[in-house]
Design a protein around this ligand. Structure first.
Ligand code: HEM
Length: 118
C-alpha cells in the first residue's frame, strides 16, 4: 500500500520507535517531569495507536482528545520542541528516512495548538 504507514515500516517499526521515543522523553531533563503522574504503559499504547492511525494504518485511536489530555500540564513551545527532538532521535535510531520522518511530523504539527497552552 502506498501509505506513510507502509513507508514507516508498519506496526513493528512504529512500536519500536514509540518505545524508544518514550525512553528518550523519560531521560530528557527538559520534559521528563511532565510524566511524573502518568500511566506510562497507557501513554505508549495510545501513541502507537495514534501514529498508526494518523499514518493510514489499520488502527483506531482509543485515547482521549489531545486538548483534554494536555491542558492541565501547562506545556510550552519549548516543551513541544523538546518532544519533537526526542521523536526525531527515535526515528533516526529505527532507520526511518528523513523525508518519511517529516511526513509524520507534518501530521503532528497541527496538534501543537491542542497541547501547548502557555
Ligand atoms: C503533537 C504533539 C503531541 C501528541 C500527538 C501527543 C500525544 C499524546 C497521547 C496520544 C497521549 C495519551 C492520551 C491518553 O492517555 O488518552 C499523551 C499523553 C501525554 N502527553 Fe502528549 N502529545 C503531544 C505533545 C506533548 C508534549 C509537548 C508533552 C510534554 C513535553 C506531552 C506530554 C504528555 C503527558 C505527560 C501525557 C500523559 C498525561 C496523563 O497522564 O494524563 N505531550 N500525549
Amino acid at each position: 500500500a502506498d501509505t506513510l504507514f507502509a513507508d514507516l515500516g508498519g506496526l513493528p517499526v512504529i512500536r519500536q520507535t514509540v518505545h524508544d521515543f518514550m525512553a528518550n522523553m523519560l531521560a530528557d531533563a527538559r520534559i521528563r517531569h511532565t510524566f511524573d503522574h502518568s500511566n506510562l504503559k497507557r501513554v505508549e499504547d495510545m501513541l502507537v495507536e495514534q501514529f498508526c492511525m494518523l499514518s493510514g494504518g489499520p488502527c483506531t485511536y482509543t485515547g482521549d482528545p489531545m486538548k483534554e489530555v494536555h491542558q492541565g500540564l501547562k506545556l510550552t513551545n519549548a516543551d513541544f520542541n523538546a518532544l519533537v527532538e526526542d521523536l526525531q532521535q527515535a526515528m533516526d535510531k529505527n532507520g526511518i528516512p528523513f523525508r518519511t520522518q517529516n511526513r509524520l511530523l507534518a501530521l503532528l504539527a497541527p496538534m501543537q495548538r491542542d497541547t501547548v497552552t502557555r
